[in-house]
Design a protein around this ligand. Structure first.
Ligand SMILES: Nc1nc2c(ncn2[C@@H]2O[C@H](COP(=O)(O)OP(=O)(O)OP(=O)(O)O)[C@@H](O)[C@H]2O)c(=O)[nH]1
Ligand SMILES: [Mg+2]
Length: 558
């Protein structure tokens, strides 16, 4: 037999038994609550001077009996009724108000956050005997008020065919959330959130624009964006609790399945936000990890990504099971895997240790191959740059090969190495590397280990920039900063401004922006080219030849 939940202290056992018997009640499908049940709730509630709440499922079975205090009642975690992708919980909440008060803001917050089928309060107005009721339900209108509240009326005048009502409401809510979400192959629908106390609004916007790109790469549809720039960060919710709640309600209204934060959340923040909602809560790092997880093809890449994922998750595994599973569930229910999820921290540590051994093994193999190359005395060039700059395309164009390229972030995770032949039997080795991105957490840098090793060996770093990206300056500095961090700042570098074909359009649409790019490129001695146009590569090839074989003055023949 189920027991009542909540504030039972000081209650007589007869009172507890009476509350417990509420679990035996049944409500017919057409009614939201029977007259007798309503009367009983009022009676029990005034006897114990506390609010009493019941949650009834669609079969009319009482699933939870909850006791509050005089002013309110705390709804427990509805573990057996996860929301998942449904728009409504499948539970209605009926509770008593002791002082004849109207439905409160807290009641409406419960309704919105829990996505209840219906919220009803039962009350007796002062000096009256009759049981009164007030009903509220979620509004299907995609914007504006999230709930609709009826006036208080006598219980016996409530005219509601519950089954019909809830079916219609659910269909309407479903339609409303679908109309905001585009049909497509998106795995998830997300609300993007940036909360920052540093930098300008423009910087926050640029960063969230990039987060949108990351989301697109992970096949997540971004439904909406919130940028908050509070004076100080809230330690529990990053933004203020009330604001966080508004965002969550908004997200549920729009049919979102997850919240993505542009800033890294600490474990405590992920926990408190997850306690507020069943939406998945992830941050930029986790999103990047997820993309890496999908994109890693080689054994080496896979091992490194799993390692980075586990290292990221380990300190975050202090929560209860549910939160843990949500954290590790990943996007579209993937991630390091549901089975690993139940394993405890100990097993994760073991796994980390074993992956690290694998990695060492793999790294030894790489080391050997590299040593051979160095011994052969062939110059090595590493192509580096921001993600999506066109690094792989340039490698392909230079070496006439077919490395995978795509207009998504992190198309390349595994390094590929090609030979570029020059006249007179000269050649260099060119390696393609994973793209950089801002706010790349340290734990993720480890995942680039193979790439990094390649870069250490390089005689020259070819820094490729997407000249058509409005944020190219910031991207150049990001890449330079990461290279500094990797202690590669002193390596010889050549700046290449790629996608020059797109600048013709820019010149027409935004002359000033065009001049800015050109000025910047010239002042930095960059080579302009388009990796899509092989003819435009000649200045680069000439320059490489000049750099590696300066004594030769023979003109390039190609
Ligand atoms: N218009 C134009 N598009 C280009 C040019 N070079 C590359 N692209 C496109 O830019 C996108 C990204 O190219 P990739 O070569 O995959 O970029 P990457 O730097 O290797 O990206 P990651 O591997 O994701 O870091 C692709 O859609 C390319 O077709 C260019 O010169 N002009
Ligand atoms: Mg690439």
């Amino acid at each position: 037999m189920k027991e009542p939940i909540g504030n039972l202290s000081g209650l007589k056992s007869s009172q507890i038994n009476a509350l417990e018997r509420l679990y035996r009640r049944r409500v017919p499908p057409a009614e939201f609550c029977t007259q007798e049940l309503a009367a009983r709730l009022i009676e029990l509630s005034s006897d114990i001077r506390r609010q009493v709440a019941i949650l009834i499922n669609r079969q009319g079975i009482v699933e939870y009996v909850v006791v509050g205090d005089e002013k309110g009642v705390v709804i427990p975690e509805l573990r057996d009724y996860p929301l998942g992708r449904r728009t409504l919980r499948g539970l209605r909440l009926i509770h008593t108000h002791l002082r004849g008060e109207q439905i409160t803001e807290d009641d409406l917050t419960d309704l919105s956050l829990l996505r209840l089928d219906l919220l009803a309060t039962l009350l007796i107005l002062p000096g009256r005997e009759q049981i009164m009721a007030q009903l509220a339900w979620l509004s299907p209108a995609p914007s504006g008020q999230s709930a609709i509240t009826d006036p208080i009326i006598p219980f016996d005048r409530v005219d509601l065919d519950f089954h019909h009502f809830v079916t219609e409401l659910e269909a309407e809510l479903e339609r409303a959330s679908q109309s905001t979400a585009q049909a497509g192959n998106a795995l998830e629908r997300a609300i993007l959130i940036s909360v920052t106390v540093e930098g300008t609004r423009q910087e926050a916007e640029d960063s969230i624009a990039e987060l949108r790109e990351l989301a697109r790469t992970a096949r997540i549809e971004a439904l909406d964006e919130f940028i908050q720039r509070p004076r100080s960060l809230n330690p529990r919710y990053v933004m203020g609790e009330g604001k966080m709640r508004d965002v969550v309600i908004r997200a549920l209204q729009r049919g979102a399945t997850m919240l993505i934060f542009d800033q890294e959340l600490n474990p405590a923040q992920i926990r408190s936000i997850s306690a507020m909602t069943e939406l998945k809560v992830i941050d930029r790092s986790q999103l990047i990890l997820d993309i890496f997880g999908r994109r890693a093809k080689s054994l080496d890449g896979k091992v490194q990504v799993e390692l980075a994922q586990l290292k990221y998750l380990l300190p975050r595994l202090t929560g209860r099971g549910v939160q843990m599973s949500r954290l590790m569930g990943g996007i579209g229910g993937r991630g390091p895997g549901e089975t690993k999820l139940e394993t405890d921290r100990r097993r994760i540590r073991d796994r980390i240790a074993s992956l690290e051994r694998d990695l060492q093994e793999l790294s030894r193999g790489r080391e050997q191959r590299r040593r051979q190359r160095v011994k052969a005395g062939i110059p090595i060039i590493s192509i580096v740059g921001y993600t999506n700059a066109g690094k792989s395309t340039l490698l392909n164009a230079l070496t006439q090969s077919e490395v995978f390229t795509e207009d998504l972030l992190f198309a390349t995770l595994d390094t590929s190495t090609r030979r570029l032949r020059f006249p007179r039997e000269r050649e260099v080795i060119i390696t393609d590397t994973v793209g950089f991105i801002r706010s790349l957490p340290k734990s993720l840098l480890g995942a680039f280990k193979a790439t990094l090793e390649e870069m250490r060996d390089a005689d020259l770093l070819l820094h490729v920039v997407d000249a058509s990206n409005p944020r190219f300056e910031a991207q150049v500095s990001q890449v330079e900063r990461i290279l500094e961090e990797l202690e590669l700042g002193d390596k010889r570098q050549l700046l290449v401004f790629n996608k020059s074909d797109l600048l013709t359009g820019l010149r027409k649409s935004d002359m000033l922006a065009f001049l800015r790019v050109r000025h910047y490129a010239r002042s930095r001695g960059a080579i302009m080219l388009s990796a899509r146009d092989r003819k435009s590569l000649t200045p680069l090839v000439d320059e490489l030849q000049r750099l590696f074989w300066p004594e030769e003055t023979a003109p390039l023949t190609d």
